[in-house]
Design a protein around this ligand. Structure first.
Ligand code: GTP
Length: 416
């Protein structure tokens, strides 16, 4: 067994002739075994107005019982109901998460209806992004909650898409794989349904809304997928009840004129949806989520953080260079902010000093004024005291004089 290794440029790789059996042909099997051991996860988002049959359809698809009490039409906000199930088929484990809108379309503001959906989808991308950025990542046991498919329920009005639906679809079409569904399709006649389907598709195209297309690049599924693309939007009916048709019990809705069988392809597109979603294209939906939608989120997020692949001179930049540049920029910004703070502080100190000096001067002036007033008052009082003393002196003098003159008077009378 001989093998020669050459380190050559990519375009110049030499094909070696195998002289024996190496065994790397079983690499795909190793991958399958590993995937089976790890298990799979699949996350579905159901968007649609209250009462359009979202829970019933999910229950019909997975044989669950998620229908609780009916939601009210008077919710102030849209909420998201998250349910996670563990499913097993043969030896394949599937962790299924179903996220359903509650109260969508019941708000006055259109933005209030779709914003919580956008925030939820972004939050799942952000959680994955943060895990990627960690030094110690643990993707082996990481529960990936990124939405792989959005089942968008359209009311079976037979008219056209509502403004809110168009707005919501336009906002989320770059974030999730959208499969449009006509809900409660049993309430619309066969002819009306075809017209309604083409009307919806035309509206989606004219509004530039990108919906998920089943892939046609794989020979084994190309034919089926391209025919399924023609059937979009799928007209679905959900029902958990079983009714008797002939000798068989089937899932269906019983009407006075007959039975609508959920799993009969002539009655509705339920089986088409189930096959496309859970059999033929599950992995493709996950792949598109990772390689297209998450990639777009990641790119924008990194660009917002200041990372780029090329510099201003169009030369490739390494992560290290960008990191160093960012660090320098951050350091300079910190210094600038510190200088600014110092300058502001000094200015405040100066302002305060000036204010203190002015107050001190005012107090000094006031003190001087009061001192002067007090001195003047003292002088005045002293003057008054002096005058009073003089008056008292004069008084005593006059009193003494009058006493003398009185004594002399009396002496003269006695002599006489
Ligand atoms: P909220 O969770 O309250 O938003 O409703 P929802 O969209 O989950 O609807 P739900 O599955 O609770 O169904 C509402 C009503 O519609 C129930 O009475 C269902 O029996 C009925 N329903 C569900 N699917 C269909 C359908 O395909 N056709 C018809 N005719 N009725 C349906």
């Amino acid at each position: 067994l001989t093998c020669v290794f050459f380190q050559q440029k990519e375009e110049n790789i030499r094909c070696l002739t195998m002289l024996g059996h190496f065994g790397f042909e079983c690499l795909p099997h190793q991958l399958v075994t590993k995937s089976i051991q790890q298990g799979f996860s699949f996350n579905i988002l159901c968007v649609g107005e209250t009462g359009l049959g979202k829970s019933t359809l999910i229950d019909t698809l997975f044989n669950t019982n998620s229908r609780e009490k009916k939601s009210s039409h008077f919710r102030p906000n849209v909420e998201l109901k998250i349910q996670t199930y563990q499913l097993q088929e043969s030896n394949v484990q599937l962790k299924l998460t179903v996220v359903t809108t509650v109260g969508y379309g019941d708000q006055m503001s259109k933005e209030a209806s779709y914003q919580p959906i956008v925030s939820y989808v972004d939050a799942q991308f952000e959680a994955y992004f943060q895990e990627e950025l960690k030094i110690k990542r643990s993707f082996a046991d990481y529960h990936d909650t990124r939405i792989h498919v959005c089942l968008f329920f359209i009311a079976p009005t037979g008219h056209s898409l509502k403004a809110l639906d168009l707005l919501t679809l336009k906002t989320i079409d770059s974030k999730v794989n959208i499969i449009p569904l006509i809900a409660k399709a049993d309430t619309i006649s066969k002819n009306d349904l075809q017209t309604f389907k083409s009307k919806i598709m035309n509206e989606l195209i004219s509004n530039g809304i990108q919906i998920y297309q089943f892939p046609t690049d794989d020979k084994t599924t190309a034919q089926m997928n391209s025919s399924m693309n023609e059937h979009l939007p799928f007209a679905v009916v959900g029902c958990m009840d079983e009714v008797k048709v002939g000798k068989r019990m089937v899932r269906g809705r019983l009407y006075p004129w007959g039975v609508l069988q959920v799993e009969n392809e002539n009655h509705c597109d339920f089986v088409k949806l189930r096959d496309m979603l859970l059999c033929t294209n599950t992995e493709h939906l996950k792949e598109v989520t990772h390689t297209k939608h998450y990639e777009c989120y990641r790119r924008c997020r990194l660009q917002k953080m200041g990372f780029t692949d090329v510099g201003p001179d169009n030369q490739p930049l390494s992560f290290q260079e960008i990191y160093e540049a960012k660090r320098k920029e951050f350091h300079e910004q910190c210094q600038r902010e510190e200088e600014e703070l110092k300058h502001k502080f000094m200015q405040r100190v100066m302002e305060k000093e000036i204010a203190f000096k002015e107050t001190e001067k005012e107090l000094q002036d006031k003190f001087e004024r009061l001192k002067r007033i007090q001195q003047e008052e003292t002088i005045k009082l002293e003057e008054e005291k002096r005058k009073l003393d003089e008056e008292i002196m004069n008084f005593y003098k006059m009193k003494a004089d009058s006493e003398i003159s009185q004594t002399q008077g009396c002496a003269n009378i006695k002599k006489d």
